[in-house]
Design a protein around this ligand. Structure first.
Ligand code: FAD
Ligand code: SIN
Length: 511
């Protein structure tokens, strides 16, 4: 199979790029492959919104830039921060023009929410389902575009490379189990996050770090993997199989964080209280729980206007109600959970990776925007801005034909037989526990070293199985997650100074 532009992933990053390049070159072929059904992505679950400066009276680019730099704790690339924030409003207007609906206030202006680390109200949102609205809107545009094909249940296995140039991917068509080649003039990795490496995560099952692992194996530069963002307020529900997020916008709306004794503790840690940046709130909750030996802290919404709450956060309200929590009377039990990866595949300001004809966009990329801790609601913004920059860059440099005439060897499976049942699940659970216990909110070198040793063993074992048995996507995901875990652990060992979301209790000098 051949395509001019291959996009791996159908979240906000991949879909936005695909739509733009397809409209610009209507005679060219744009192909999106995605490993699940087309809407499944981290994007679909985004709650709080998109941080963007549209109130030019109270707010300013300068304030949003300063908030982003402060949250990133000295590790952001200031040029990228300025670029993303000043380009944001145009990208937001495009979304609105495509049909995305964002909440408005009684004056008919966009309702601007607040989240941790923001000095002003600047988060545009669609109730507590902003990501669903964005995904729905862009997908509808993509599905109407004649020269875009979406291949659902197609799993990217490995990039095809020659002389540091990417020519496409090997992919498994999960509908028939065949491994096929997709040759492409340009390839964009938009494969999202890594939450499943930790298991206790706000991310859905697709978040297994495939793009980062593939890029790493292909020799791309990967950086800042130690900066894992833990969201402070995932619902604490021991009966649930998936972790439900209670948006930071709920604290922006006025909710208090209390410990089991009822004390509002955040002002003991930061003058901004509940609206300190996410890294600080998560680390503070960690300390509260360690000191008290309790299992969770609580979000208290009982003093808030119940009707307004229900209007702003209908999904959160309903979810709590379904499990017997009446937010008008009960505190919501919460605990930090893995939420976001600040690092990833290194790109320049046009989304170019260190491999020719290979671009990365969205959560799998490391652009320099987030530094050591992403400011709330800057992720959707980053994906919107960078997908546009990749489009602009590629469209100005690819006016000639993109046909790839080279031939590449077929995938040569030497595997026989099925992997023993239970192996993947057991190994995945071991990996997730290992990462939670040794590479969580607070780390130390001794634990990281022992995790590294075990991960190397697991990697060897899984590589053996990968060569021995018939390949399945769950085996490939496990292989990718182990690779990502190793990158997190190794880069955590290398970092010697604490900053942002990175906290090691030994051998560290606070910045
Ligand atoms: P995704 O949306 O995750 O899309 C990745 C795509 O790649 C998926 O379609 C997946 O199936 C596909 N894929 C992965 N591997 C393969 C493979 N091997 N082969 C083929 N396809 C593959 N950010 C904000 O800015 N504001 C918010 O309010 C906000 N709230 C959030 C709430 C939750 C619960 C979560 C989980 C995240 C939230 N975030 C928020 C973060 C933000 O949603 C994500 O960072 C962003 O949507 C990532 O977009 P993406 O396009 O890079 O990746
Ligand atoms: C949230 O709604 O709390 C998530 C916002 C984000 O991840 O930026």
């Amino acid at each position: 199979m051949r395509t001019d532009y291959l996009i791996i992933g159908s979240g906000v990053a991949g879909l936005t790029f695909a739509l733009k390049i397809a409209n610009h070159f209507p005679e060219r072929k744009v192909t999106i492959i995605t490993k699940s059904e087309e809407a499944e992505s981290n994007t679909k679950y985004a709650q709080g919104g998109v941080a963007v400066v549209i109130d030019e009276i109270e707010d300013s680019y300068e304030k949003h830039i300063q908030d982003t730099l402060l949250a990133g704790d000295g590790i952001c690339d200031a040029e990228i921060v300025e670029m993303v924030i000043t380009e944001g409003p145009k990208r937001f207007k495009e979304l609105v023009a495509w049909g995305a609906k964002f909440d408005k206030n009684s004056e008919g202006e966009f309702d601007l929410g607040k989240e941790g680390g923001h000095s002003e109200n600047r988060v545009v949102h669609h109730k507590d389902q902003t990501g669903f609205e964005i995904e729905r809107t862009i997908l509808r545009q993509v599905n109407r575009t004649r020269n875009i094909t979406i291949l659902e249940y197609h799993f990217a296995l490995e990039l095809i490379l020659e002389n540091n140039r990417c020519y496409g991917v090997y992919m498994m068509n999960e509908n028939n189990g065949n491994i096929e080649i997709c040759k492409a003039g340009y390839t964009v990795l938009a494969t999202g996050g890594i939450g499943q490496v930790y298991g206790h995560t706000t991310n859905p099952e697709i978040a297994t770090g495939d793009g980062i692992a593939m890029a790493y194996r292909a020799g791309a530069k990967i950086k800042d993997m130690e900066f894992i963002q833990f969201h402070p307020t995932a619902l604490f529900d021991e009966t649930a199989s998936e972790t439900f997020l209670i948006s930071e916008a709920v604290r922006g709306f006025g909710a208090f964080l209390r410990n089991a004794e009822g004390k509002r503790f955040m002002s003991d840690y930061d003058a901004r209280g509940e609206l300190a940046s996410r890294d600080i709130v998560s680390q503070s909750i960690y300390k509260e729980l360690k000191d008290s030996q309790q299992k969770c802290v609580y979000l208290d919404c009982t003093h808030l206007d119940g009707n307004e709450f229900r209007q702003h956060f209908p999904m959160i309200y309903r979810h709590c109600q379904d499990i017997g929590i009446d937010i008008a009377k009960d505190w919501i039990p919460v605990i930090p959970a893995q939420h976001y990866l600040c690092g990833g595949i290194v790109t320049d300001k046009n989304g170019k990776t260190s491999i020719e004809h290979l671009f990365a966009c969205g959560e799998c990329s490391r652009t320099g925007l987030h530094g050591a801790n992403r400011l709330a609601s800057n992720s959707l913004l980053e994906a919107l801005v960078f997908s546009n920059r990749i489009f602009k860059y590629i469209s100005s440099t690819s006016l000639i034909s993109l046909t790839v005439n080279k031939e590449f060897s077929e995938w040569h499976p030497i595997q026989k037989g099925e992997i023993p049942s239970g192996y993947i699940k057991e190994t995945e659970e071991e990996l997730q526990l290992l990462m939670r216990e040794n590479a969580g909110i607070v780390r130390n070198d001794a634990d990281l070293l022992s995790a590294k040793a075990r991960l190397i063993q697991l990697q060897k074992e899984v590589e053996g199985k990968y060569k021995q048995y018939v390949i399945t996507t769950s085996l490939c995901e496990l292989r990718n997650m182990i690779q990502v875990a190793l990158l997190i652990v190794e880069q955590s060992l290398q970092r010697t100074k604490n900053c942002g979301g990175f906290l090691k209790t030994n051998a560290c000098v606070a910045v």
